[in-house]
Design a protein around this ligand. Structure first.
Ligand code: ATP
Length: 309
């Protein structure tokens, strides 16, 4: 079932086209992650979906409802993680959840939310005394008070240490088990890879890719990198450069430190020929690997930009 449908969204600020013709749809229960370089239009897209900005053109429907006609109904369906500045610093975890719940017709109990976000032990702590990770968990909890079907988490783990980040991942996965749909943005490729059912790459206001992390990686050029080093070191390395270049399916050969890097469109076959040539010359391999493509390679290939982490 489609819970969110975004059709041909456009938004400009003066002469800047922040979003130009963005379309996608999201199925119930998915974790859908939007990634993209700085200024790509992610926040503007999210804010139009959340009803915080009006599109110049295009339509957003949530469970078939539109902001223009059914704004109040949509507010009951979605949960938006607030900026930490929206929390009450002097109130406790429990009190913040209680205040936010009073804004809605429907709510889940603060007890249940604290359980979901692992903050039961800190229920009486004031927000100003929480760690960064605990604050982010509370922000997710505040997005949950109206028991929404669709959750918007905008960079929920930015600035957190790896353990605190993993704690947030656990919560996202738990919410998925409960059937919630999550729309996420992140700066961490590993996070997008681990959590997402689908990843949408936005660049210069346009969707340039939208698929499962596995499919995106498979769409990449079939070229893979074979990485070798030799027991005989330098002498074997220089001898093997020219030989590798002559092998079928090899596009490029490079040397990095003690390693020979060979890019091939048929890596398994190339590897076979390489090993044969190496042993013919009496050299021995020290280390060998065929490098896996990652979501980061996908990002670089689609956007032509380095990923910032
Ligand atoms: N209120 C605004 N007024 C003028 N320009 C804006 C406004 N909001 C966004 N922009 C511009 O629109 C473009 C898209 O911005 P947006 O914040 O949506 O990108 P983003 O992908 O979320 O970037 P980041 O990863 O840096 O948060 C940028 O060029 C930005 O400067």
């Amino acid at each position: 079932m489609t819970v969110l449908d975004v059709r041909h969204l456009h938004k400009s600020f003066g002469s800047i086209a922040a979003v130009s013709d963005v379309s996608f749809s999201i199925e119930a229960g998915e974790v859908f992650t939007i990634i993209g370089p700085n200024g790509a239009g992610k926040t503007t897209t999210l804010e139009m979906i959340e009803g915080l900005q009006t599109p110049d053109q295009g339509e957003v429907t949530i469970n078939g409802l539109s902001w223009k006609q059914h704004g109040d109904a949509i507010k009951q369906l979605i949960g938006v993680q607030p900026q930490s500045s929206a929390m009450y610093d002097l109130l406790t975890v429990y009190e913040n959840l209680d205040v936010f719940a009073s804004f809605y017709h429907k709510s889940i109990s603060a007890e249940r939310i604290m359980e979901l976000i692992n903050l039961t032990d800190h229920r009486n702590k004031r927000v100003k005394n929480l760690s960064g990770g605990q604050k982010q968990r509370l922000a997710i909890g505040l997005a949950l008070v109206n028991d929404p079907e669709i959750l918007f988490l905008d960079e929920p783990t930015t600035g957190l240490d790896p353990q605190a980040r993993r704690n947030i991942w656990d919560i996202v996965l738990r919410l998925k088990e409960l059937g919630k749909t999550t729309i996420l943005t992140t700066h961490y490729m590993e996070e997008a890879d681990i959590l997402s059912d689908r990843v949408c790459i936005i660049d210069q206001g346009k969707v340039i890719a939208n698929d499962t992390p596995r499919n995106l990686i498979q769409q990449l050029t079939k070229e893979r990198e074979i990485n070798l080093s030799f027991i005989q070191g330098e002498s074997a390395l220089s001898a093997m450069i020219e030989t590798s270049k002559q092998l079928p399916a090899v596009n490029r050969v490079n040397v990095e430190g003690a390693h020979l890097k060979v890019w091939s469109t048929k890596p398994e076959e190339t590897l076979y020929h390489l090993l044969e040539a190496i042993s013919k010359r009496g050299y021995e391999v020290d280390q060998i690997a065929i490098k896996d493509m990652s979501l980061e390679d996908v990002f670089i290939s689609f956007t032509g930009k380095e990923w910032r982490d």
